[in-house]
Structure formats: C-alpha cells, structure tokens
Design a binder for this molecule. Sequence first.
Ligand code: 2HG
Ligand code: ZN
Length: 468
Amino acid sequence: MTLHASNAAAALLGGLHTFIEPAYIRTDPESCLNYGRDWTRLHTPNPLAVVLPGTIKEVQALAGYANTHQLALVPSGGRTGLSGAAVACQGEIVVSMERMNRILDFDPTDRSVTCEAGVITEVLQNFARDHGLYYPVDFASRGSSQIGGNIATNAGGIKVIRYGLTRDWVTGLKVVTGRGDLLYLNRGLIKNASGYDLRHLFIGSEGTLGIIVEATLKLTRPLREPNVMVLGIPSLDSIMSLYHVFRNKLELSAFEFFSERALRHVLAKGLHRPFETETPYYVLIEFENPGGLHTDTALNLFEHCAEQGWLADGVISQSEAQAQELWRLREDISESISGYQPYKNDIALRISRIPAFLNEADTLLTREYPDFEVLWYGHIGDGNLHINILKPADLDSIAFAKKCGGVSEHLFTALQQYGGSISAEHGVGLLKKPYLHYTRDETEISYLRAIKQAFDPNGILNPGKIFD
Ligand code: 2HG
Ligand code: ZN
C-alpha cells in the first residue's frame, strides 16, 4: 500500500480528535521539527503531525486509525538515537510517549519495577536508588532518553561488560502491534519456557513491529564503592593486554577506551587532563572496591603493566567526585564533537578479534581519510568501537556523508571478514540501512521481513527503517 504524505492525509488529521484531545495533536513547525528528528541531523524532519497519547487505549486507537487510513506512525522516545530510527521525514505521524511517564509498580521481592514507556532513564535509575537498588543500563543520554526507546534499540552503554544490555533487564513488555493488538509478553517472569519468546523480537526492533507502552524491568543491588582508573596507553596493542590482566583480577564494571584526539575535544570544553603524560590512547576501568579491599591489587596490576610497557601513566579515583570527573573524560566525548556533524560508526566484534581488526582498520582509515580527523573511542571491553569522522567546516554535509559512506564500505568489508556487526548499540534506522547486508545475509533478512509482515501487515510502523 502507499502511505499518504500529502494534503489528503492532512485532512485525515481531523479524525484523530475523536480519540485524542486536540491539545495533544501538534502540527506547529517547532513541534514537527523537534519531534521529527533524533540526534542525527542528515534528514529533514517533515512529519504530518505529532501525537502525544496518554493511555494504552489511545495508542491502540492510533494504530487502528493508521491501518484504516493508511497512515505511517513513527514511535518516539527521548529522540537521543544516533541512527535515524526515530526520524519522521516522509509525512508520518510521530507518536511521542512522553506523557506516558508513570512508574506503575515496584516489588522488592521480585526486585522489579513496572513503568510506562516514556519514563526517562535517569528517573528510573533514581527510583531504583531510592529503594536501595540499581538499574544498571547507563549511558550519557540518561537524562533525556526514555525506557521505551532504550528497549526499542536494545540500548547498551557503559556498564555492559558487567551487566549486559537492556535486553537482559526486561522481564515483561506490553506492546501495541502494528495490527493494533495489545500483547503482554513474558509478564515479569524470570523463567518461562512456554514457546517463542516474542518479547525479544520487540527489543531492538526500532519501532517497526509495535509500540512499546509498558515494561517490567529487573533491578539489582548497587555497585559498592566503585573506583575509576584512567590509564595512558602507548599503542592500540596494549589495550587488550590490559584487558586480560585487569579482568582476571578485578570485578570490572566498565572497560572503556578513547584516543588522545578524542580527549582533546572534551578538554576544549573545560575538563582537565587526567595526568600530565600525553599518550595516543587511554583506557578507563571501573571496578568495585568496598572499603578499599582491592586497592592493592589494582596498584600491583598498574605496576606490572607499567613494567611491561603497556601503560605510561595513570590515575585512580580517591573520591566519588573524582570518579565522576574521570568518567566525564569518556562520556562527554560524543557531545563535545556534535558541532562537527560527525559521521559515526558503531561497530561490534568478538573481543578476541579486536586486536587484529584494530590494526587493519587503523591502516585503512589512515589511508582513506588523510584529511579528516578520525576519533576512536568506545566500549572496547564489550567489543564495541565508536569511530567518529569529523566534518571539515568547508565541506558540504552531503559530500561528506557520501565520502564517509564509501569508506564505510571498505571498513565493513573488513568487518565482515572478522564476523563483526555494523551496529553494536546505536541500531540500524535509516543511517545504517544501506549496510545491513554486511551483517545479515539475504536469507536472514527475508525472515526479518516475514516477522515484520506478521506484526505489521500494512506497514504502518516506522516504514523504511532497518530494511525496505
Ligand atoms: C557513547 O558511547 C555513545 O558515547 C555515543 O554511544 C557514541 O558518539 C558516538 O559515536
Ligand atoms: Zn556508546
């Protein structure tokens, strides 16, 4: 079917008033601009309208209406995504979940919380903390990303090495499918062997199968007095040596890395160098250290690695405030470079394959981008690298994206040989769609299409995202 993106569709907007209050249907240019895009800036937002439902019934009514009138819906959370999955550039209706932001239930025995999809990540984290517990999925956009969006992208972030991805914390999901049905999946159970687990299809489906309206999430005990170390590394090769020794002796909750070039961008925003020595790369390690129990181990490991020549300098946090300062050196990178309209790669590999791939990618990128600034950082302990290419000010955005897209083909060809993925945690959306075949073969994509067809036969949900 053809989805309307025209005046004819605009006329259909009137019908929305029968089930959504007019105050929650917005068509003003500012709302369309804000709600029609995520953190990518390549596509021009052009939604027909923005609708803010307040109840599951309203979401169902919207899905029903969209099916009847052949309208496309773009489910929308905090719009902090980096792959264009929440972009509405073809006359779609944006379905913002921001009004559905209540925490509905907490059970200390189950250590679980049930909330609506529009709850902000940080609100949930604080709620858990106030109850003596911890929601460990964490990332820099915690202050604006929403739980529904996190689930729709299977968000990862900075603690995956210890706590896994969003997928590992979802025990129940309520979704409104593209057919308009309400499904309550897995119902908060830890164990459930009653057939296909549809919950996992919705996690990471980027709004293409259904609209997540409610979630039940597990919580855990908080980290005990985490310490942060930042280590200066002379070469990429040292990173994995450090990974092995620190991981064997300490319970790591983060193992991140960033380059000196990336560091310079956060320093330019007013942060301080962690120590005087400049090295081409840095590793940030976080580990639990209750009562200083593991301080000696950490210092011994530091000495050992220094003797081996794997690190040149380092610092260990002496207070929570210092730990947070050190974290900012890594976490603030993405925001500090946003003005350069960076071309982003978010790739994943098995950790064992990282050293060989890093060397190959380094050679390739140095050759292909002689004139562009290339920044490396990421969650290297999870096998996840973020490679950002900064746009020179005098280069037009389209020409820049085209050049980088061409280089990506080379990078992904190498990645494919190492069995990696073109997206580790940012998703496919619009941006990585042309490259999906590097990670999923045609046969597999045909199964994805069949699943889409089962949940959304009229293609009303986020059409054009992930695959065509
Ligand atoms: C991070 O790890 C985010 O900082 C953003 O996933 C990554 O800017 C990026 O490419
Ligand atoms: Zn990341």
